[in-house]
Design a protein. Structure first.
Length: 95
């Protein structure tokens, strides 16, 4: 499984059929994802979905309990803001 490290913590990420269903529900079509991805709020939403899906997969399929609460958009924005302050404005591109 792929992971992403944000604010020094590594999270599993999974883009699967559950995430696709949420995208379709939110945008009406998976085809609309590309036009919404450049919007920072939508990028945050999608990243939150794939982090939480990765956590659920690890718990349900792999039997690995995940520490802490599920990721929220608000928490993710705070973490990313902290990363930007620590590493400079171009850091988002390297995540």
């Amino acid at each position: 499984m792929q992971t992403v490290t944000i604010a020094g913590k590594t999270y599993p990420v999974l883009f699967d059929a559950n995430v696709l269903a949420k995208i379709q529900e939110r945008y009406g079509s998976v085809d609309s994802l590309g036009e919404n991805l450049p919007k920072i709020q939508e990028t945050i939403w999608i990243l939150t979905q794939i982090i939480n899906e990765g956590r659920r997969y690890r718990e349900i399929v792999e039997g690995q309990p995940q520490e802490g609460d599920p990721m929220t958009e608000e928490r993710l924005k705070m973490f990313l803001t902290g990363e930007k302050q620590r590493h400079g404005p171009g850091h988002y591109q390297r995540l």
